[in-house]
Design a protein around this ligand. Structure first.
Ligand SMILES: Cc1cc2nc3c(=O)[nH]c(=O)nc-3n(C[C@H](O)[C@H](O)[C@H](O)COP(=O)(O)OP(=O)(O)OC[C@H]3O[C@@H](n4cnc5c(N)ncnc54)[C@H](O)[C@@H]3O)c2cc1C
Length: 267
C-alpha cells in the first residue's frame, strides 16, 4: 500500500447525482489494481467543507496509461461534496490500492452481476474482465429511476444482457426481482457477483441455496475510517463453518464470499 500524488486529468458530472473522476499518477496503478479493490481519497478542504477522514472509493477503471485510475461517485456528504469542487489539473492524494478484490472463477462460462446504485462503479471493471475472458454476462441493474441507472457507464462497450429494474415503477421490489434472479441463477450461471444493496445480496444468498456449485461474491460498502485495518471501525460478523467470525471490511474485504454474509448488520 502506498500514497500517490496524482493530477486530476478529467472530472465531470455524469448525471444529476454521479460524477466521473480520472486521476493521473506517476506510479503504475493500472497493473496493480484488480477489480473490486479501492483507494482512500484525500478530499480537498474548502471554506465550508473540511472532511478529515479519507473517503474509500472503488476503482471504476484503469489505463490505458499505466498511471491512470478512474472513479465514479455519488455526491452525498461532506467528503464527496468537497471532491466535486476539484478542478482539472489540480493535485490530489490517494492511498492504495487497498483490500481484496473479486475472483473471476476460471471455470466460469456465464456470470451474473447484480448491481444497485453506485455499486455499478465497483462492478464495471469486473464486467470488462469477464468480457475479455469471453464469458456470457447477465447484469441485473437496480436503480432509483432510469435516469440513475447508467447501463452504458457500467458496460463501457462490453457485451452483456442487461435487466434493469427501478424503484420509480416498482420493478426493483424484492417480490418482483426474486423470480427474475431465480431464473437467471437456474439458467446456466456459474458465478454471481453483487455490490450496492444488502437487500439484494441477502436475497441472492437465499436463492443460491439450491445451487451450491455457483461461485458467489459480494463487495461491501461498509463505513470505514482508516481503510487499512487499524481502526477496526468497519468490522462486521461473517458466518464461517457454522461460527461467527469478525472481519475487517477494509482488509479481509471489501469482497467476501456471499454465502458468509450475515444480514441485519448496521455497524
Ligand atoms: C470499499 C468501498 C468502496 C466504495 N466505492 C464507492 C464508489 O465507487 N462510489 C461511491 O460513490 N461511493 C463509494 N463508496 C462509498 C463512499 O465511500 C461513501 O459514499 C462516502 O464515504 C461518503 O462520503 P461523504 O463524504 O459523501 O459522506 P459523509 O457522510 O460526509 O462521510 C461518510 C464518511 O465518514 C466517515 N465516517 C463517518 N462515520 C463514521 C464512523 N462511525 N466510522 C467510521 N467512519 C465514519 C467515513 O470516512 C465515511 O466514508 C465506497 C465505500 C467503500 C467502503
Amino acid at each position: 500500500m502506498a500514497s500517490h500524488r496524482c493530477r486530476v486529468a478529467a472530472h465531470h458530472a455524469v448525471n444529476a447525482r454521479y460524477r466521473y473522476l480520472r486521476l493521473q499518477a506517476e506510479a503504475d496503478l493500472a497493473s496493480a489494481t484488480p477489480p473490486g479493490q479501492f483507494y482512500q481519497l484525500r478530499c480537498p478542504q474548502t471554506s465550508t467543507l473540511q472532511p478529515f477522514l479519507l473517503r474509500p472509493m472503488s476503482v471504476y477503471g484503469t489505463g490505458p496509461a499505466a498511471g491512470t485510475v478512474e472513479f465514479l461517485y455519488a455526491v452525498a456528504g461532506a467528503g464527496t461534496q468537497a471532491l466535486a469542487t476539484l478542478a482539472e489539473g489540480q493535485p490530489m492524494d490517494i492511498v492504495g490500492p487497498l483490500g481484496r478484490g473479486f475472483t473471476l472463477d476460471a471455470r466460469a462460462r456465464r456470470v451474473l452481476l447484480v448491481a444497485r446504485g453506485v455499486g455499478l462503479a465497483t462492478m464495471a471493471p469486473l464486467v470488462g474482465q469477464a468480457a475479455q475472458a469471453g464469458l456470457a454476462i447477465d447484469v441485473l441493474l437496480s436503480a432509483r429511476s432510469p435516469a440513475d441507472a447508467m447501463p452504458h457507464e457500467l458496460l463501457r462497450g462490453a457485451q452483456a444482457t442487461v435487466h434493469a429494474v427501478f424503484d420509480s415503477d416498482g420493478s426493483s421490489a424484492v417480490a418482483r426481482v426474486e423470480p427474475r434472479l431465480a431464473a437467471l441463477l437456474a439458467g446456466g450461471c456459474d458465478a454471481v457477483y453483487t455490490c450496492g444493496s444488502e437487500r439484494l445480496a441477502l436475497l441472492l444468498r437465499r436463492l443460491l441455496q439450491p445451487h451450491p456449485h455457483i461461485h458467489a461474491e459480494v463487495a461491501l460498502e461498509q463505513r470505514m475510517a482508516c481503510g487499512m485495518g487499524v481502526c477496526l471501525s468497519c468490522v462486521r460478523p461473517f458466518e464461517q463453518d457454522g461460527h461467527v467470525a469478525l472481519q475487517r471490511v477494509c482488509r479481509e474485504g471489501p469482497v467476501f464470499p456471499l454465502r458468509e454474509m450475515v444480514g441485519g448488520w448496521h455497524g
